[in-house]
Design a protein around this ligand. Structure first.
Ligand code: UGA
Length: 442
């Protein structure tokens, strides 16, 4: 198969590289010439574990090429994927579809023979029909179908998610397009990945519904965590107790400071907008959006409360600022609400993140960036863990506690067990679990 990939952002680059690994010939196109130059040399502009090595192998094997000329990328392809950005508009926060429609126009002008145009960007329901209309308007002779093929890639685990997905969803009513898409994903048949063929609109709804459902699980367990704190229960045991029921499922039940990233906040909001537009209110998801917004601010309040209500002049050490581990992505990261709230309450902040400090530097003012967790802890009154990077899971607790001035450790990701924190000299506060006081074993 010859596959064109329009857009070399996160989704386009991961998908293009993985399709090449499947053995297809992939041509990726992007308007950003300097990015194309770097990619040709195998340099990956984003942080995604495993991607650079995998890409280099495809380049060496001659299975992937990069160009800034869309004609080169589209001509003779069996399938052309649209994987361009759909940023939220500044004021309305609606998805800006101009890149998707622009890509559709350029594809229409350059395609040869029958081509499946596949939308991979996350787009509102009905966008596939609009793409089809644009292509027909631009090139009335074109032989094509438009399919929707949403992505379910988690940042930091994208290669694995692509190579071993729970399912692949393809939305199209055309038999011809279905045949080509089956061929594109044929390597996944070997490990019996379910491939779900649906109507295009259904595939578009599946993408939003999947993310909104996962976000709902997170907000649900976060509110249960609040209750656990009040009644002396343990949210991790509750999550296990409900998650062992196959109807509920154990995943995405980790209580924390609220979800962030480029997907859940944007997609939950987009689903509520679709509900309003089509007069089918999404009240559950509307609540999830507001619960999550409140949660980030409440986490700062929680730190202040356990610090005795007044943090003026205190030094707070922060471990992790990215929205989750294994990424440098800061979009909608809880740290972007928590840190400024603590600063407004009079604290100074020292922080460390293994990958996101470059990105965070331009988004957070007056933070002292440190080289490791121990430098963060030095003379700190309070230490807080906001992102659960693996390297924070086995810190030398006695070294930390000796270098801190105070003893309050607020673990917003529950990465330490209650048992192991006993007798370590910390006033240990986590989410939805018992507090561990420094001088008591409880
Ligand atoms: C998410 C989905 O998991 C992917 O399936 C989807 O393809 C992607 O969005 C997308 O639409 O492109 P991602 O945003 O990379 O992926 O990250 P997740 O691992 O899903 O985490 C999202 C947020 O939820 C993070 O802030 C994370 O800390 C939080 N989270 C996750 C929790 O607070 N608790 C959990 O149990 C799980």
């Amino acid at each position: 198969m010859r596959i064109g990939m329009v857009g070399t952002g996160y989704v386009g680059l991961v998908s293009g590289t993985c399709f090449a690994e499947f053995g297809h010939t992939v041509i990726c196109v992007d308007k950003d010439e300097s990015k194309i130059k770097r990619l040709k040399n195998g340099e990956v502009p984003i942080f995604e574990p495993g991607l650079e090595g995998l890409l280099k192998r495809q380049i060496e094997g001659g299975r992937i090429e990069f160009t800034s000329n869309i004609a080169e990328a589209v001509k003779g392809c069996d399938a052309v994927f649209i994987a361009v950005g759909t940023p939220s508009r500044k004021y309305s926060r609606d998805a800006d579809l101009s890149y998707v429609y622009g890509a559709a126009r350029e594809i229409a002008q350059n395609m040869e023979g029958y081509t499946v145009v596949v939308n991979k960007s996350t787009v509102p329901v009905g966008t596939g029909s609009e793409v089809e209309r644009i292509i027909r308007e631009e090139n009335p002779e074109a032989q094509f179908d438009v399919a929707s093929n949403p992505e379910f890639l988690r940042e930091g685990a994208a290669i694995d998610d692509f190579m071993r997905p729970d399912r692949v969803v393809v939305g199209t009513s055309s038999d011809k397009a279905r045949e080509i898409m089956r061929e594109v994903y044929r390597p996944l048949y070997l490990n019996e990945t379910p491939i779900l063929f649906t109507k295009r609109e259904t595939a578009e709804v599946i993408k939003y519904a999947a993310n909104a459902f996962l976000a709902t699980k997170i907000s649900f367990i976060n509110e249960i965590a609040d209750l656990c704190e009040q009644v002396g229960a343990d949210v991790q045991h509750v999550a296990k107790g409900i998650g062992l029921d196959g109807r509920v499922g154990a995943k995405f039940l980790h209580a924390g400071p609220g979800y962030g990233g480029s997907c859940f906040p944007k997609d939950t909001l987009a689903l509520t907008r679709a509900g309003q537009k089509y007069n089918a209110p999404q009240r559950i998801v509307e609540t999830v959006v507001s619960v999550n917004e409140d949660r980030k601010a409440r986490m700062a309040d929680k730190i202040i409360e356990f610090a005795g209500g007044d943090i003026r002049g205190k030094k707070i050490g922060v471990l992790g600022v990215a929205f989750k581990p294994n990424t440098d992505d800061m979009r909608d990261a809880p740290s972007l609400t928590i840190i400024p709230t603590l600063q407004q309450a009079g604290a100074s902040i020292a922080a460390y993140d293994p990958e996101a400090m470059g990105e965070a530097g331009s988004l957070l003012d007056d933070v002292i960036w440190c080289k490791d967790p121990y430098e963060v802890a030095k003379d700190a009154d309070i230490l807080t863990i906001i992102t659960e990077w693996n390297e924070f899971r086995a810190l030398d607790l006695s070294r930390l506690s000796k270098s801190m001035k105070g003893n309050l450790l607020v673990d917003l990701r529950n990465i330490y067990s209650i048992q192991e924190m006993q007798g370590k000299g910390f006033d240990y506060v986590s989410v939805g679990r018992a507090r561990v006081l420094p001088d008591r074993t409880n």
